[in-house]
Design a protein around this ligand. Structure first.
Ligand code: NAG
Length: 340
């Protein structure tokens, strides 16, 4: 009986926070994980600050990341692709060069998987492209501990109708690195294609690494537009990798952190919220509603105008007096000429 109760307790704990190594326990070993400017966050679009001064974000060198193969690595927490420093960002106060990209995802059959949320909505997965300030620091590990040392691009990934060929440059190699610490190399491909086509709309805030040690060193750029992969591609991501080196194999799933409190921080937006208050469906129904409303109003005005015009034939009576006089409704409305 006692053992059964203990077992239930353990199962409940595991379900509640992912076990003793779950994210609720991170601050005990990594104090910065419990600090007040953590990532990810839930971006509430009606609370962001429009900043017309935010320069456009430019990815340079993304289309052709060299001719050498790129290292792809299962580190037990995510799948990570090493990037050469020939990829860098424009539109930030410093030059930030790329170091690596990696993914976060959920579990097959469960909603969610992205780290950032927009209006409390998570998507199926999220891509992070990690850069560091190469003007000020010599390496990623040095910059990772410094304020604004890193710039990370966050791309929300949702499921669409078609296969995304760019993501296949990563996903089609996962079966070669199923276990933790396995590596392979992949031919270079256009990293630009992993991003949504339009980069003009983004959110910017100061935050942290989303895994221990959770250093608060990241200038975050989260794009409003999403990238799309097919359901098959998502399932490939959810079902191929293990977080363990050998048996017993543990599937590498749900490697996303829950949203953290915004506290005193400001989230800036490069754009004014127009479409984001309403979804496309809501916009369409709103449009139809307004159109229908206008039509009704027009009809009403038309009939009222006709009704008012009718009694004008007898100049000494106001239309209201005419009605009070008890003239038949039909006469006033439709048969004005025959009623004279
Ligand atoms: C991030 O923090 C720095 C230093 O406090 C500040 O100058 C900058 O405006 C902040 N950026 C954002 C996007 O809040």
């Amino acid at each position: 009986m006692l053992i059964f109760a203990l077992l239930l307790e353990v199962i409940w704990l595991l379900a509640a926070d992912g076990g003793p190594h779950g994210q609720d326990h991170w601050p005990a070993s990594y104090p910065e994980c419990g600090s007040n400017a953590q990532s990810p966050i839930d971006i509430q679009t009606d609370s962001v600050t429009f900043d017309p001064e935010l320069p456009a974000l430019q990815p340079y060198g993304y289309e052709q990341p060299g001719t050498e193969p790129l290292d792809l690595h299962n580190n037990g927490h995510t799948v990570q692709l090493a990037l050469p420093p020939t990829l860098y960002l424009g539109g930030l106060p410093q030059k930030y060069v790329a170091a690596q990209l990696h993914l976060h995802w959920g579990q097959k059959g469960f909603p969610g998987g992205s780290e950032h949320q927009i209006n409390s909505e998570a998507t199926a997965a999220e891509l992070h492209i990690v850069h560091y300030d190469s003007d000020s620091y010599d390496s990623l590990s040095e910059a990772a501990q410094m304020p604004q040392g890193l710039a990370v691009l966050g791309i929300l990934i949702e499921v669409g109708e078609t296969k995304n060929a760019a993501y296949d440059h990563i996903l089609s190699h996962l079966h070669k690195i199923r276990h933790k610490d396995q590596k392979t190399s992949v031919p270079p491909f256009s990293v630009r294609e992993l991003l949504p086509p339009q980069l003009g709309q983004f959110f910017r805030y100061n935050g942290s690494l989303t895994t221990p040690p959770c250093y608060q060193s990241v200038v975050w750029t989260v794009f409003h537009r999403r990238a799309q992969i097919s359901m098959e591609q998502l399932e490939q991501l959810q079902e191929t990798l293990f977080s363990t080196e050998e048996e017993p194999s543990q599937l590498l799933v749900q490697n996303y952190r829950a949203p953290q409190p915004l506290n005193q921080r400001t989230v800036y937006a490069s754009f004014i919220q127009v479409g984001s208050l309403y979804t496309t469906g809501e916009m369409v129904s709103l449009g139809v509603g307004i159109l229908f409303g206008c039509l009704c109003l027009l009809l009403a005005v038309y009939f009222i105008a006709r009704k008012i015009r009718t009694p004008v034939t007898s100049m000494n009576h106001s239309p209201f007096q005419e009605e009070e006089a008890g003239e038949p409704e039909e006469c006033g409305l439709y048969f004005s000429t025959s009623c004279r």
